[in-house]
Design a protein around this ligand. Structure first.
Ligand code: MTE
Ligand code: MO
Length: 383
């Protein structure tokens, strides 16, 4: 493995590991703008950042169960209608560190910022697949049925030196409304190397792991991808499963992410003067289920107020009417007077009325994924 050609990075990123480079911004950066700036967007890698600067020779191949395989250059990709999607990307391991306090888990120790909201641009995968004769909205059951596999070029030790890969059901890939993109733009600029230059997949509403960066080939396959990150990682297990009794084959790869919310204007421990306290944070849900409501408690969860929530304010790159917000987070705000030491808590409700679980204990799992428990911060009032 070769880490001599890593790109420059923003100095305020909190680095969880250098090689591969895994880093998140301070939580306060996430609420500074509705759209997360590229340089402060979390970076999650499993190997060195590939060098793909010979753009003239770069090709994406579409093969597998297709009658006529096809190779597309970036010029071919850019000829297709460009679609813009505002989508929140969240690593399944976001908030893992808090889960590991219950009992040790395996994985990168993320705080609450392995998430970001960006404006992605590129052709819809459904349009690309039409080029190889796969029509939109093929009626295949999402349980079983064909998958569309995305293969990269980065070398991962988990794949024994092979490339990172993953897949999504063909029925989702061919559904124009699912807005799966082959993105070459992030926040109105060409993707940078950390985020998948020149081309990556964006699967809105799904854990970040399926949004494969540095795309090299798209394979239509009979069943889901057999790669490490689909079969032996990013699966949700019950709290009883440990490294001795784990049977990976009993669970399906995680796809949609559950409803989540986090307070970003305060750290885990805070010392304040008595008086008004304002909290800001983010809330998001997967599968295109928008946020219905965010509740905030200033007394450890005994009583709640509904937060004010807002979306879209200050998007510089696209007009409101062409950017849907069902895949994007909402930012929220709530305030109260605080006179004694307490816990401030946030929990969100999505449009399907899914609610975050109260405690992390009940969702503890050995890989430390999907920690969506109520987010609590401690306030010590100093008179
Ligand atoms: N794609 C490739 N080729 N290699 C990777 O290591 N990491 C995945 C996904 N796509 C990964 C990848 C994971 S786990 C996440 S959470 C997202 O990319 C992170 O995307 P970002 O670094 O652009 O934030
Ligand atoms: Mo991830």
């Amino acid at each position: 493995s070769n880490y001599t050609e890593e790109p420059p990075r923003h100095p305020s990123l909190i680095v969880n590991s250098q090689e591969p480079f895994n880093a998140e911004p301070p939580r306060s950066a996430l609420i500074a703008s509705y759209v997360t700036p590229v340089d402060l967007f979390y970076k999650r890698n499993h190997g060195p950042i590939p060098v793909l600067d010979d753009i003239e020779r770069y090709r994406v191949s579409i093969c597998g169960l297709v009658e006529k395989p096809l190779e597309l250059s970036m010029a071919d990709i850019r000829k297709l209608p460009k679609h813009i999607v505002t989508a929140t990307l969240q690593c399944a391991g976001n908030r893992r560190t808090a889960m590991s306090k219950v009992k040790a888990v395996k994985g990168v120790g993320w705080d609450v910022s392995a998430i970001g909201n960006a404006i992605w641009g590129g052709p819809k995968l459904a349009d690309v697949l039409e080029l190889v004769g796969i029509s939109k909205l093929t009626s295949v059951s999402p349980l079983g049925g064909k998958h569309v596999e995305f293969v990269s070029v980065d070398m991962c030790k988990e794949e024994k030196g092979g490339p990172y890969k993953g897949s999504i059901p063909l029925i989702q890939a061919t559904n124009s409304d699912a807005e799966v993109l082959l993105a070459y733009e992030m926040n109105g600029e060409p993707l940078n190397r950390d985020h998948g230059y020149p081309l990556r997949v964006i699967v809105p509403g799904v854990i970040g792991a399926r949004s494969v960066k540095w795309l090299s080939s798209i394979n239509i396959i009979e069943n889901e991808c057999q790669g490490f990150f689909m079969q032996r990682d990013y699966k949700m297990f019950p709290p009883t499963v440990n490294w001795e009794n784990i049977d990976w084959s009993t669970r399906r790869p995680q796809m949609d992410f559950p409803v989540q919310s986090v307070i970003c204007s305060l750290e885990e421990e805070n010392t304040v003067k008595p008086g008004k306290i304002v909290v800001h944070g983010y809330a998001a849900s997967g599968g295109g289920r928008g946020i219905e409501r965010v509740d905030v408690s200033f007394d450890g969860g005994k009583t709640w107020v509904e937060a004010i929530r807002y979306q879209k304010s200050g998007i510089p790159y696209v007009a409101d009417d062409i950017s849907s917000d069902k895949w994007a987070w909402v930012l929220f705000k709530a305030e109260a007077d605080v006179s004694h030491t307490t816990e401030i808590v946030a929990k969100a409700v999505d449009i399907s009325a899914n609610v975050q679980p109260e405690n992390v204990e009940v969702i503890w799992n050995l890989r430390g994924i999907l920690n969506t428990s109520w987010h609590r911060v401690h306030i010590h009032v100093q008179h």
